[in-house]
Design a protein around this ligand. Structure first.
Ligand code: FAD
Length: 361
């Protein structure tokens, strides 16, 4: 068996690690000049989104001997709407780093890999499919799935973010649910050290927005954060991604091509979290090639949580700022608060069953 992995990101590297452990040495093709060669940003695991797995770091380590070090656990979550605020004080997940940072998840995975990585790769999928018996598509986007008519898009998103300098509690995350800042989306601040944090606003491209409108929105968000934190928050780096596709492949495996990570549909439409499922698809794709189970069957629960997450997204799109104020103001008494509490319930699934009859997916 000759396996090519296209993309040295979360799912591609995880797949390589699992294959190597089982005697298959894949070749990885990465278009950039090194692993993690992109802007540095902090990302998160939120346990409310990975349940029944409450602690993804422990889960990967105990179940798959895949070791990942986050930068910190999240022990308080500050939730703001346009006019209300609440704080959730309990362990809710982890913050980790991505990109060009020595502690980024992709760097940590690369250290656990011994497969050859061809950087600056210009190989196309077609070339790899010709030369190798199996191809793992792990490019972090939907390009090839779309070309192969194997992709169903649910929503496309604009993300605008920056790295800021300031004084942060590394264990606290801030989230703004406010349509003035992110229409039908959300904005957040995730610290990755006591001195640096990422601020990001993410919202669906539900209507075309001019650059001027986008910048005005961004400035409103930046001002809001500065006033909530009472800090000047100097910007040291910035990024903008438009038309970031959230969707799912129709078939996880076509012939000997397996779609992993975002090529599979690992990003959840509700809040755009994709790391957990990206890593799982890397593991499952390797398991299929090793003969531990079919990729199609192994990924069925991920498809189900994608559909649940999509129902939540459609539900979220029906809410306006008054609803969000109400939810945040009454958070302590609400069903959402009960669902956030640690349990073996999968809150996403429970909520989506309630919402599904009222939304079009
Ligand atoms: C700004 C932002 C914030 C996010 N925040 C969160 C978060 O907080 N929590 C969360 O869970 N998820 C988050 N996500 C989503 C998460 O990052 C992705 O779901 C996850 O990284 C997908 O993993 P992957 O393996 O599919 O792709 P990646 O990890 O992105 O890896 C893809 C790799 O393929 C390479 N590549 C691309 N094209 C080619 C090609 N043609 N040939 C060879 N190599 C190629 C790329 O250079 C890259 O190295 C965020 C995404 C963004 C953009």
């Amino acid at each position: 068996m000759k396996v090519a992995i296209m993309g040295a990101g979360l799912s591609g590297l995880t797949c390589a690690i699992m294959l190597e452990r089982n005697g298959i040495k894949p070749v990885i093709f990465e278009k950039r000049r090194c692993v993690g060669d992109r802007f540095i940003n902090s990302e998160a695991f939120l346990s409310i989104l990975t349940r029944p797995v409450a602690d993804p770091i422990q889960y990967f380590s105990d179940k798959y001997q895949l070791y990942l070090k986050p930068v910190s656990p999240i022990t308080s979550l500050h939730l703001f709407s346009n006019k209300s605020k609440t704080v959730i004080e309990q362990p809710v997940g982890f913050i980790n780093i991505r990109g060009r940072h020595r502690q980024s998840f992709e760097m940590q995975l690369a250290e656990q890999t011994s497969s050859n990585i061809h950087f600056h790769s210009k190989h196309t999928y077609e070339q790899l499919a010709n030369e190798y018996s199996h191809v793992i598509l792990a490019t972090g986007d939907a390009e090839y799935a779309i070309r192969m008519n194997n992709y169903q898009e649910s929503v496309s998103v604009t993300l605008k973010g920056a790295t800021v300098k300031g004084h942060f509690d590394r264990y606290s995350v801030y989230i703004w649910l406010d349509h003035d800042l992110a229409p039908k989306g959300y904005s957040y601040l995730l610290p990755f050290s006591e001195k640096e944090a990422n601020i990001v606003t993410a919202y669906p491209d539900w209507r075309k927005e001019s650059n001027e409108e986008m910048n005005d929105r961004w400035l409103r968000f930046y001002e809001r954060i500065r006033s909530h934190l009472n800090q000047s928050l100097k910007i040291t780096d910035q990024f903008q991604i438009t038309n970031y596709k959230i969707g799912i492949c129709k078939q996880p495996r076509i012939g000997n091509t397996l779609f992993t990570g975002n090529c599979f549909g690992s990003i959840m439409p509700f809040l755009g979290f994709g790391q957990f499922d990206a890593i799982l698809t890397g593991i499952y794709a390797a398991y299929d090639l090793i003969g531990y189970g079919s990729y199609h069957e192994l990924t069925k629960p991920l498809r189900k949580s994608y559909q649940d997450s999509l129902a939540l997204r459609r539900g979220m799109e029906l809410l306006d700022n008054h609803h969000l104020d109400f939810i945040v103001r009454n958070f302590d008494r609400s069903i959402v608060q009960k669902l956030v509490k640690p349990s073996h319930l999968n809150p996403l699934s429970v909520l989506s069953q309630v919402i599904k009859p009222f939304v079009k997916q």
